[in-house]
Design a protein around this ligand. Structure first.
Ligand code: MG
Length: 396
């Protein structure tokens, strides 16, 4: 007995764009945990040929996409016979609609065309690429109205909110969404104590193991700021009813407060395979547990207010979200440029917020007709952000 009533026995087909990164490899772990339930039909990555080959040999997708076309011959030579190879950003985008569920695990704004391709094809989008929804909201929300299209967030907080919201019967019953944040590696430090922190320190996240971009975003609380915008876009809740609370253990993944005073929370140990599995299996649940809590060892759950004077990126993001239009696209572009510059040693950690602020200040609000307008806004914002990086850069 499977206990999964109403679900067909045919496996759900899955495309994974960004299969060699942190989320992509964990998505394949989830597939592997219930191999009769999911069938990987397409895999794609930018340039990690060796890992892509080993994934393809194990999961036998019909199509494999490689973003870096120069790596295609080596890839094609090593794949199982009959596997189709497609290349470039077009290739990565083309595999999105091949699955009934599309995991978008691309890092950053570059994931926008994958998000749009999945939604415009009427697929379920398991969205780990929050930047595409945040920066591209004007066009992503339109694409989301395609019949059959839906977004199930692969972000632990939003997955938690998605689950908690199932406890209510109408949006009128929701008082507030409360997003939890671990606080990152620099929680509790003063501005002075954060002078000169290194890349290694910023990458030492206390509770989650993730890719470098999101780990730096966690150290500045920009990740939480982006997640506030993400929650607004996903659930249609206005900014006055979105709250952020620091919770260092990362066990309570977020909460919904209802109008009668009840708070419903989702708890589990930090393990991204739970939100990934939730998105793949939705509206059912995985039979294999990830992150289940051992109540014999869990001692305490702490909560505190975020320090908005030190972690100014949180307010910068909320302000851009409230401004709406293209402001989140400018914010996101400024942040992507600033984080890349920090990882390359071109600016200090404290300059990330300054570069973002300078970029958002230059935001040009224009009506958005199509994705091209968002891509152009991103390009212009990156130019401004690069200027800000040069102004605020470390002496060589
Ligand atoms: Mg998150």
């Amino acid at each position: 007995m499977t206990g999964r009533q109403g679900r067909s026995q045919r496996p759900v087909t899955v495309s994974i764009v960004g299969s060699t990164g942190s989320i992509g490899t964990q998505a394949l772990d989830v597939v592997n945990s219930e191999p009769d339930r999911f069938k990987v039909v397409a895999l794609g990555a930018w340039r990690s040929v060796d890992l892509l080959v080993s994934q393809a040999r194990q999961f036998r997708p019909d199509v494999v996409a490689i973003g870096d076309a120069s790596a295609a011959p080596a890839l094609a030579a090593a794949l199982p016979p009959g596997t189709e190879v497609v290349t470039g950003i077009e290739g990565l985008v083309s595999i999105a609609p091949l699955g009934e569920v599309v995991v978008n695990a691309v890092v950053g704004f570059a994931g926008l065309p994958v998000t749009l391709a999945a939604l415009e094809a009427g697929r379920r989008l398991a969205l780990a690429n929050k930047e595409s929804l945040i920066a591209g909201a004007p066009v992503v929300q339109r694409a989301r109205r395609t019949p059959g299209a839906e977004i199930i967030p692969v972000d632990s907080e939003h997955c938690a909110l998605h689950q908690c919201l199932r406890a209510g019967r109408s949006p009128d019953e929701v008082a507030r969404l409360v997003l939890t944040a671990s606080g990152g590696p620099f929680r509790g430090r003063t501005r002075a104590e954060l002078q000169g922190v290194t890349v290694e320190e910023a990458l030492a996240h206390p509770t989650w193991r993730m890719g470098p971009k999101i780990t730096v975003d966690s150290s500045t609380l920009m990740n939480k700021g982006l997640e506030v915008i993400e929650a607004h876009e996903l659930f249609g809740v206005e900014y006055d009813r979105l709250a952020v609370i620091i919770h260092p253990q990362s066990v309570v993944h977020s909460m919904v407060e209802f109008t009668d005073g009840a708070t419903v929370a989702q708890l589990s140990n930090p393990d991204m395979r739970l939100p990934i599995g939730y998105a793949l299996a939705y509206p059912d649940r995985l039979q294999h547990p990830f992150g289940a809590i051992d109540w014999a060892t869990l001692r305490r759950l702490d909560f505190e207010q975020p320090d908005r004077d030190v972690f100014v990126c949180l307010d910068l993001a909320e302000q851009a979200g409230r401004a709406g239009g293209l402001a989140p696209a400018w914010l996101n572009a400024g942040n992507e440029v600033a984080v890349a510059a920090f990882l390359e040693g071109r600016v200090g950690w404290g300059a990330i917020a300054s570069v973002v602020a300078d970029t958002v200040d230059a935001c040009e609000q224009i009506p958005v007709a199509d994705a091209g307008d968002v891509i152009e806004a991103d390009r212009r914002a990156r130019e401004r952000a690069e200027q800000a990086v040069r102004r605020r850069g470390l002496a060589a």
